[in-house]
Every structure is written in C-alpha cells, then in structure tokens.
Design a protein around this ligand. Structure first.
Ligand SMILES: Nc1ncnc2c1ncn2[C@@H]1O[C@H](COP(=O)(O)OP(=O)(O)OP(=O)(O)O)[C@@H](O)[C@H]1O
Length: 315
C-alpha cells in the first residue's frame, strides 16, 4: 500500500507539490493523473526517496522508501528515465539485478515469461523497441515479487498493441493483490486501466475518486444534433442560452439542453433536423472539466469535489 499525506515540496518560490494526500491500496490500480508540470514526477520521486519533502509523508508499506530493508522486494518501480546497459542482453540485465539484490536467479526466467520476453531473453537491449524496453523494465520491477508497483508514465510512447498489453498486465497485477500506482498525463489511457483516479493540477489535489465517479461528475452530457441549416440552428440555440460546439463530423454538440427542448426550438424556427441523439460526456471532457477547475474550489470539500472515501473531506 502507498500512503501519501500532506506532501509538500517547494523549489524556491514555486510549490511543485502542495499538501497532497492519497492512498493506493492493495488490489487496486490507482491512476495519478495530471497535466505536464502538475507535480506527478515530484510526488513519485518523493515516494522513492529521490526528493526530500518539505512537509508531509510519502510511505510505501508504512515506511519511507529510504528506510525499507529490502526495497526491491517491497516495491517495483518503472521510471521514465530508467537507464539500461544497451550492450547487455535482457537476461544478463536481470541476472545482474537479481544478483546485486540477493534475489534467486530462478526469478529471471519467471519474470521474462511474465512480461512475454522469454523469446528475446538473449537479444541485446540495443535492439529492443520502446515497448520491449518497457516490458524489460517491468520484468525488473517484478524480480523481487513486490506487493507494490509504482510506474511513472508506463503507457507513454507505446503502440496500440503495447497499450492493450500494458493495461491487461496492470489489471492482472492488481487482481493478484498488488497495489499498483500508475502516473500519466493522459486521461483516456489511464482511465481505461485504473479503478480509481487521483488527479492533481498545479501541485494540488483536485480529485480522489473512483474512475466512474470522475466521469459521472465532470463529463457533461450533451446532445448531438445534425441539420442542413446548421449555422441557423446554432444561432437559435445560442440565443436560447445553450453552449453549442461544432463537432468534427459537422454536427453540433449542445450542452445543458434536453433533446426534446432542442426539437421544440428547431420546430418553432422551422428548422428541419436530420439527427438528434443524447451523448454521455467523454473522458477528455471530464479531465478538462477537472484540471480546468480552480484548486481552491476543489479544496473546499464541496460538490463537485468532495471525495467519496475521505472522511476528512480533504482534497
Ligand atoms: N528540480 C526542480 N527544480 C525546480 N523546479 C522543479 C524541479 N522539478 C520540478 N520542478 C517544477 O515543479 C513543477 C512540477 O513538476 P513535475 O515534474 O513534478 O510535474 P509532472 O506532473 O511530473 O509533469 P511532467 O509530466 O511534465 O513530468 C513544475 O512546475 C516543474 O517545473
């Protein structure tokens, strides 16, 4: 389990992480989500003892990372900047890691199998694609059979097949009881995998909620409407006070109005409709709704930002 409490880090006058608190329990994929510069990497670095917090705690299995007796057996990590010795083979790399951490060599074959790299075990890392390097990084993270996985942007740069594989892999780890914390700046990718989202923006916690709840609260449903008189219809809807956007397919997306109200307005103005359908809000909308909302509002603990599972109501 990962537990972060009131975590704060300042760089000069700038506060990179500001009073952030959340947990990533066993058996769950928790997504740490935020735009570039939100403070994700600084949070991950504090969890790994690479950056010292100015205030608060970042605990893995109840302890600060630097005081863990056997870090590789407690938490498996994948960092974006992980450096690999490119002249080595995958097996050599893992054997070296196992040896230097007193892990039995039999684990090397097991983790290569687990990440689907058994057939490339003797290939040099220099010949690996990004997806294969990510798998090798995961194999290294799994060597010590840790009950916590902390992965920084594991989906970044992967092709479609790699993304599908990574999602299944993360879900499988959580199903085995591992606490999985995945950082990402991409809502769609992380929301497809994570059960729970911790969203930060400008160093502050914006939401700490089940993924479905984030979508329910922040993605605004809209009505898709198509008409040969699109511009006139847009003007009529705009005059009636409904926000209208032109969609990439040429139709209109109307927020805050029911399909019946749009139909009635169109009828009143004798505009023929060619299509009218209700659409649930998208993940990206939910994300923009969230990171666009002021942190101060979120910190107030009032709807729409109260956490479902934080008895203190703190964000
Ligand atoms: N060593 C540092 N010195 C000064 N400022 C820093 C340092 N590290 C991070 N920052 C600043 O802290 C803020 C948070 O950065 P951080 O890298 O944690 O964000 P992030 O959410 O991980 O973004 P990204 O996805 O771009 O890595 C940014 O404004 C960044 O410029």
């Amino acid at each position: 389990m990962i537990q972060v409490d009131d975590l704060t880090k300042r760089y000069g006058a700038a506060t990179a992480v500001d009073g952030v608190g959340f947990s990533a329990p066993a058996g769950r994929v928790t997504g740490l989500l935020g735009p570039n510069g939100a403070g994700k990497t600084t949070t991950v670095k504090m969890l790994l003892g690479l950056v010292r917090p100015d205030r608060g705690n970042a605990l893995v299995d109840g302890r600060p990372y630097p005081s863990l007796a056997d870090p590789l057996r407690t938490v498996g990590t994948l960092l974006e900047a992980d450096s690999l010795h490119r002249g080595r083979t995958a097996r050599q790399h893992l054997r070296w890691l196992a040896q230097s951490n007193r892990i039995r060599p039999g684990r090397v074959g097991a983790v290569l199998d687990q990440v689907g790299l058994a057939d490339q075990a003797r290939a040099r890392i220099a010949t690996f694609s990004l997806g294969m390097r990510q798998r090798l990084g995961l194999a290294a993270a799994l060597l010590g059979e840790p009950k916590v996985l902390l992965l920084d942007e594991p989906i970044n740069g992967l092709d479609a097949e790699g993304i599908v594989w990574m999602r299944a892999f993360l879900r499988e780890q959580a199903a085995r009881g591992t606490a999985v914390l995945v950082s990402s700046h991409h809502m769609t990718e992380v929301a497809e995998t994570a059960d729970h989202l911790v969203v930060i923006g400008s160093g502050r916690l914006l939401a700490d909620l089940p993924t479905e709840e984030v979508i329910r609260r922040y993605a605004r449903p809209s009505v898709r409407v198509a008409s040969g008189e699109r511009d006139r219809l847009a003007a009529v809807l705009g005059d009636a006070g409904y926000p209208v956007h032109t969609r990439s397919d040429g139709g209109l997306a109307v927020s805050g109005a029911s399909a019946a109200a749009i139909g009635a307005l169109a009828g009143e103005h004798r505009i023929v409709l060619e299509g009218l359908s209700r659409e649930s809000g998208s993940l990206e909308e939910a994300y923009l709704g969230l990171v666009g909302s002021p942190a101060a509002e979120a910190a107030s603990g009032t709807e729409p930002s109260t956490t479902a599972d934080d008895p203190k109501g703190r964000q």
